[in-house]
Design a binder for this molecule. Structure first.
Ligand code: SF4
Length: 281
C-alpha cells in the first residue's frame, strides 16, 4: 500500500500472507496464516511499487541519486507479524538498506510488531531499523482481548524490552500505535495510564481512528474523543498525531488487509470436488 504525502512517500509492506495472531480489531487476524513471504517477495513489493511509480535511477547515476524519491520510507505494517518471519524480513531489509541495493537509510524503515518480546533485541542488533509497536491498550485485561499475544508477553514485559531498543539500535524513539475504539480503550483514564506506562521511553504515539471491516466487533471513537485523547498525550510531552484514514475505499487501510487467497482456494477446491479433478493449483 503506497501512501503519498507532502515531501515523502511511504510504502506499507507485508511479511506474511495472513497471520498466526488474532488481534480482534484486525481484519487480517481473521485469516489464517497461509505462509511466510520469502525475502525476494518482500523486496519484490518495493520493486513493484517503484516500477509502478516509474522510479528508476537515471543511467549514469547511482540508486537513490537524482532528486527526491517518490518511495522514501518503508513501514512493515501490512499483513503478518514481521518478527515471526524474522530471517526473511531481515534479509529483505538488508537489501533495502544496502547502498548497492535500494539504498534506503535504516532510519526510513519502521518495523511494527504486536510484541514478540524475544525478537525485539535481535531486531535492534540484526536490522537496526526503527521500531513501532501495536500497543492499543493500557491494561493487560483489555490488551489480552485486543492483542492476544499479550497473554504470553504482557505490557510490563513488552515495555521493558522496548525501553532497551533505542540504545541497542541507536535509534531515537519508539512509535506506539494506538487504534481508537469507541468505549473500549479511548477514555481520559486510558490516555493518562498510557503516558504513565511509557514514562522514560522516547516515544511518539500514533492514534489510529479504527477502520471498519465487514463483521468488525468495534466502532471508531468519536472525533472529539480522539482529539481529547490526543490532547492529554500531547500535554504530557509526546507527539500524538492522529492518522488520517487513507485507503478505506479499497479496503487497504490499517487493519483492513485480507487476501482473497482463502476464497480462491475454497472455490478451486469446490470446482475440483464437483468435476472430480485433483492436484494442486
Ligand atoms: S494486527 Fe498485525 S499481528 Fe495482529 S492479527 Fe493483524 S496482522 Fe496479525
Amino acid at each position: 500500500v503506497y501512501i503519498p504525502e507532502e515531501g515523502r512517500g511511504t510504502l506499507c509492506i507485508s511479511s506474511q500472507v495472513g497471520c498466526t495472531l488474532t488481534c480482534s480489531f484486525c481484519h487480517t487476524g481473521t485469516q489464517k496464516l497461509v505462509r511466510n513471504l520469502t525475502a525476494g517477495e518482500i523486496v519484490g513489493q518495493i520493486m513493484l511499487a517503484r516500477d509502478d511509480l516509474d522510479e528508476w535511477p537515471e543511467p549514469g547515476t547511482g540508486t537513490g541519486e537524482g532528486g527526491p524519491r517518490l518511495l522514501s520510507n518503508i513501514v512493515l505494517m501490512g499483513m503478518g507479524e514481521p518478527l515471526y518471519n524474522f530471517d526473511n524480513v531481515r534479509d529483505a531489509m538488508k537489501i533495502a538498506m544496502d547502498g548497492e541495493g535500494i539504498a534506503l537509510s535504516r532510519r526510513r524503515i519502521t518495523l511494527s510488531t504486536s510484541g514478540v518480546v524475544p525478537e525485539i533485541a535481535k531486531c535492534a542488533e540484526e536490522i537496526g531499523c526503527l521500531m513501532a509497536v501495536s500497543f492499543h491498550a493500557t491494561t493487560d485485561e483489555v490488551r489480552n482481548k485486543l492483542v492476544p499475544i499479550n497473554k504470553r508477553w504482557n505490557i510490563e514485559t513488552l515495555l521493558n524490552a522496548l525501553r532497551e531498543y533505542p540504545r541497542l539500535s541507536n535509534s531515537e524513539r519508539i512509535t506506539f500505535e494506538y487504534v481508537m475504539l469507541k468505549d473500549v480503550n479511548d477514555s481520559d483514564a486510558d490516555a493518562r495510564r498510557l503516558v504513565n506506562l511509557i514514562k522514560g521511553i522516547p516515544a511518539k504515539i500514533n492514534l489510529i481512528p479504527f477502520n471498519e471491516w465487514p463483521g468488525a466487533p468495534y466502532e471508531r471513537s468519536d472525533w472529539e474523543r480522539i482529539e481529547r485523547f490526543a490532547d492529554i498525550v500531547y500535554k504530557a510531552g509526546y507527539a500524538s498525531p492522529i492518522r488520517t484514514p487513507r485507503g478505506e475505499d479499497i479496503m487497504a487501510a490499517c487493519g483492513q488487509l485480507k487476501s482473497a487467497t482463502e476464497r480462491a482456494r475454497k472455490s478451486r477446491a469446490q470446482i475440483a470436488a464437483e468435476t472430480g479433478a485433483s492436484g494442486a493449483a
